[in-house]
Design a protein around this ligand. Structure first.
Ligand code: 5GP
Ligand code: MN
Length: 342
């Protein structure tokens, strides 16, 4: 038996809305990752089993390495199908907001979702949720939104409706948000859930291969270049800094998602506990931060890089140049590094 993490009242409210209405939209954060897509698709397949009209509407397309997930082709992306996205949101009676905690994270879709009269249900695991939903299921202690979706479906006594496609989507997000169960993944209950998902038919080895062993040559060379030529270690603070200019991205024919995971690599160096990766975009610098232990990079992202996230994995969008972003990181680093001796 899993512990009852989601409050009874929230389970009741979610089930009530699902029973009452027919037209559902599911949305997640911009640049959707494995957990955003997994939790969206997990809910999608569940609601389909209940014969609901359901559409996933996202700001951006799914990245290449997640295109194989069943149902991805049904996703409406606001970037290229703006009118259809608006229609779906306007017809929705219930909108699930998954894997994000503040409207800003929906990107350009923010206003249509906020202006919609649909009932909104948040299912998320980021700290400090904004209260813009009618039902807020927010559990920052849980390692992925996919795990929360699984828990919610079970608490609604619908675990029999979790089919293989649903289970595979949920497993994928649980795997990607924990670095294939290498961090945030010490909970025994996580593995009870995985066992259940395997019983539903998930092929975990195949999921791993599809997600982590499907890189392009350009991506691998870009990662190699970034580490060989662009990684600066600030050893006195156990920190690493990597930045990539627009020109460098062009040189490797950078495609969305190509530097996924790059920011984690320096943490594999002994003594490195904090890593930042800055990627130059046309109007801003995309910031990715990772840390180990007590170094709260979400606070750094919030205070200095117009972002947020989790204690050990955060990001933001900095309005300024690469050089300015680098300088800020170097300047504020000492404020965040404490117990270097472990
Ligand atoms: P990544 O570095 O993989 O892009 O993001 C890591 C985590 O940081 C995400 O799961 C998300 O929680 C958070 N994050 C990334 N970018 C942003 C941002 O622009 N704003 C906020 N609030 N959080 C972000
Ligand atoms: Mn997540």
């Amino acid at each position: 038996m899993l512990s009852k993490i989601i409050q009874e009242e929230n389970v009741y409210q979610a089930k009530k809305l699902i029973n009452k209405y027919e037209n559902f939209v599911i949305t997640a954060h911009i640049a959707p990752d494995g957990d955003a897509l997994g939790s969206s698709l997990g809910l999608y397949h569940y609601l389909k089993e209940l014969d609901k009209n359901v559409t996933i509407v996202l700001n951006d397309k799914a990245p290449e390495f997640l295109q194989w997930l069943e149902g991805v082709d049904m996703i409406v992306d606001y970037e290229t199908q703006c009118e259809r996205a608006e229609l779906m949101v306007s017809e929705a009676e219930v909108i699930f907001c998954v894997d994000f905690n503040e409207p800003k994270r929906m990107g350009d879709m923010q206003s249509i979702v906020l202006n919609s009269n649909a009932k909104k249900i948040m299912v998320d695991h980021h700290l400090d949720p904004d209260m813009f939903c009618d039902v807020t299921i927010s559990h920052p202690g849980i390692s992925s939104t996919c795990e929360l979706v699984f828990r919610l479906i079970c608490r609604m006594e619908d675990s029999l409706l979790i089919n293989k496609a649903c289970a595979t989507a949920l497993y994928t997000g649980m795997m990607t948000d924990t670095g294939a169960f290498t961090y945030n993944s010490n909970s025994p209950e996580l593995f009870m859930i995985i066992a259940e998902l395997l019983r539903k038919g998930v092929n975990k080895d195949e999921v791993y291969n599809r997600v982590f062993n499907s890189n392009s040559e350009n991506r691998e060379r870009l990662i190699g270049y970034a580490i060989y030529k662009k990684m600066t270690l600030i050893k006195e603070y156990g920190a690493s800094l990597i930045s990539l200019t627009k020109a460098e991205q062009l040189e490797f024919n950078y495609q969305k998602g190509d530097s996924e995971g790059l920011v984690n690599k320096p943490l594999s160096i002994k003594g490195i506990k904090c890593s930042v990766y800055f990627r130059e975009e046309p109007n801003y610098v995309k910031v990715s931060l990772r840390s180990k232990g007590d170094i709260a990079v979400n606070v750094m992202a919030e205070k200095y890089f117009n972002g947020g996230g989790h204690k050990n994995a955060a990001g933001g969008e900095f309005e300024g140049t690469l050089e300015q972003a680098e300088q800020i990181f170097r300047d504020v680093l000492p404020l965040f590094i404490n117990n270097l001796q472990d």
